[in-house]
Write a protein that binds this ligand. Structure first.
Ligand SMILES: [Zn+2]
Length: 70
């Protein structure tokens, strides 16, 4: 499964490519544009949490069986 995601830099809005697994293990990612660090310990945390929630939702949805037969 692809775990690469783009999240917008909280400082300048540039899309930063991050890898969820690395993020969860504490790695920080730096914005290519302004150099801000994104990580679980940074101000990007709510954003990251939201993104993880969204991923979980997608995962749950895709593992559900299609409901169309009814
Ligand atoms: Zn930035």
């Amino acid at each position: 499964m692809m775990t690469n995601q783009n999240i917008p830099c909280p400082a300048c809005g540039t899309a930063i490519q991050i890898e969820i697994n690395q993020l969860l293990s504490g790695t920080q990612f730096s914005c290519p544009s302004c150099g801000s660090l994104i990580g679980l310990a940074s101000e990007g945390q709510p954003l990251v949490q939201e993104m993880i929630d969204k991923l979980e939702e997608i995962k749950n949805n895709s593992s559900k069986k299609p409901d169309k037969e009814k």
